[in-house]
Design a protein around this ligand. Structure first.
Ligand code: TXA
Ligand code: MG
Length: 352
C-alpha cells in the first residue's frame, strides 16, 4: 500500500486535505492524524471492517478495544446508553480534551470496535485537525495510538511514518502533540468512578467534578491477581528495545547511582541512554558512553510528559544497550508519567 503523507496546519487545516482524508475514512480506509495527546490511527468506528483493518495495521490483539472519537456531544446518543448525569458534567468541564469516558454501548457500535465488550470508550479531542477529520469522516472515528503494537505512542508524524508507512492510506502531519501522553480514561459504569488509565487530567481534577474517584488497583502494580480493567493496560507496552531501569530516591543519590551504572556499562563496552531532568544532565554527559536526554526541568512535568515517548524512540535509534531513567513524581502529570515509565521498564525500579 502507498501511504499518502500530507502536511496540515494544526490550527487551520486545509479543507481540501481534510475532505480527502474524510472520504478515505468513509470508504473504510485508515488515516493517522494528530490529537492533543498523541497521534491516532483512525477508522470508521461504526464499520466492523474498518476496525479490523486497524488491528491488522498495528499488529494489535483484537481483544483490545478502541476508543471512539466524536466531535459533538450529541453524537453520544447513537452509541451510548445510559448517558449518566456525571458524564455530562465531565463533558461540560473537560471536553473537548484529553479525557475518555466509558459508557454502556448501543448496538450501533460493532463488537470489533469494543473487542467484544458491552462498554464503549468515548473521547472528544480538542485538536482542530482531529475535530475536522472526525466530522468529515462521518462523526465516529475509532483511533488507537498510531504506533505498531508494543512501541511507544507517536507524538509526531515522523514516529507514525517510522511505524506505519506502507500500512495505512494516509498520514496527516500536524506537528507535535502538545501533551505527549494518552488521555485519562474514567469508568462511570461502577458505583464509584474509576480511573482506568491516568493521563493529562489528574484524579483531583476529576474529583472536583465527580466527588470520590478511585484508581483501578490493577494499574498500580504488576500483580497477577489484580488485572487492569482496560485490556490495553495489561499488555507490555511503550517498550523501548533496551532494558530500562528507573532510579528512585533523592536527586543527588540517584545521580550518583546512575553515574556508577554508567561507569560499569563503559567497562563492558556498552552505550547507555539516560533520561533525566535538566538539573542533572551535565553530570551524565561527562560520561562518554552516555546518550543523555534531558526531559525538561525536574519540576516541570508537562515538559517531561511531552518528551517521554520521543526519548524512548531516540534511545532505540541511537542503539543504546540499556537505559537509565530518573523517576518523575508529583504535579498534575506525575501519575501518568510514572505509569508509562513503569510499564516501559517492566516495573524495574532501583530504590537508592
Ligand atoms: O489519548 C488517547 O486516548 C489516544 C488518542 C489517539 O486519542 N488514544 C489511545 O488509544 O490511547 P489506545 O487504543 O492506544 O488506548 C486505548 C485504551 C486501551 O488501554 C484500551 O484497552 C482501553 O483504552 N479501552 C478502550 N475501550 C475500552 C473499554 N470499553 N473498556 C475498558 N478499556 C477500554
Ligand atoms: Mg496505545
Amino acid at each position: 500500500m502507498i501511504t499518502r503523507i500530507e502536511k496540515v496546519d494544526p490550527v487551520f487545516p486545509d479543507a481540501a486535505v481534510i475532505e480527502t482524508a474524510g472520504r478515505i475514512l468513509l470508504e473504510d480506509g485508515l488515516v493517522a492524524f494528530p490529537t492533543e495527546t498523541v497521534y491516532g490511527l483512525g477508522a470508521n468506528a461504526l464499520s466492523p471492517d474498518a476496525a479490523a483493518k486497524i488491528y491488522a495495521a498495528k499488529g494489535r490483539p483484537s481483544d483490545n478495544p478502541l476508543i471512539v472519537h466524536i466531535a459533538s456531544i450529541d453524537a453520544l446518543d447513537l452509541i451510548a446508553d445510559p448517558i449518566p448525569e456525571e458524564a455530562r458534567k465531565l463533558a461540560d468541564r473537560y471536553w473537548p480534551g484529553p479525557l475518555t469516558t466509558l459508557f454502556r454501548k448501543k448496538a450501533a457500535v460493532p463488537d470489533t470496535t469494543t473487542g467484544g465488550l458491552p462498554t464503549v470508550a468515548v473521547r472528544m479531542p480538542s485538536h482542530p485537525v482531529a475535530a475536522a477529520l472526525i466530522r468529515a469522516g462521518g462523526g465516529y472515528i475509532a483511533a488507537p495510538s498510531a504506533n505498531l503494537s508494543g512501541r511507544p505512542s507517536p507524538t509526531k508524524a515522523s514516529h507514525v511514518i517510522e511505524d506505519l508507512d506502507g500500512r495505512v492510506d494516509m498520514i496527516l502531519d500536524g506537528g507535535e502533540a502538545a501533551v505527549g501522553l494518552e488521555s485519562t480514561i474514567v469508568d462511570l459504569t461502577e458505583e464509584v468512578p474509576v480511573i482506568l488509565r491516568p493521563g493529562f487530567y489528574s484524579r483531583e481534577m476529576l474529583e472536583d467534578v465527580l466527588g470520590e474517584v478511585r484508581i483501578d488497583p490493577g494499574i498500580l502494580s504488576p500483580s497477577e491477581n489484580v488485572r487492569p480493567k482496560a485490556p490495553g493496560m495489561r499488555y507490555r507496552h511503550y517498550a523501548p528495545r533496551a532494558p530500562l531501569s528507573i532510579f528512585e530516591g533523592d536527586v543527588g543519590t540517584v545521580a550518583a547511582a546512575i553515574e556508577e551504572r554508567l561507569a560499569e556499562a563503559a567497562r563492558r563496552g556498552e552505550m547507555a541512554g539516560v533520561l533525566c531532568s535538566g538539573e542533572t544532565a551535565e553530570r551524565y554527559r561527562a560520561h562518554e558512553n552516555a546518550y543523555v536526554i534531558a526531559a525538561g526541568s525536574g519540576n516541570d512535568e508537562a515538559e517531561v510528559a511531552h518528551a517521554l515517548y520521543g526519548a524512548l524512540r531516540q534511545f532505540d535509534e541511537a542503539g543504546a544497550d540499556r537505559i537509565f531513567s530518573e523517576a518523575f513524581y508529583g504535579g498534575q502529570l506525575g501519575d501518568a508519567i510514572m505509569n508509562r515509565l513503569l510499564k516501559a521498564a517492566g516495573y524495574t525500579v532501583v530504590r537508592v
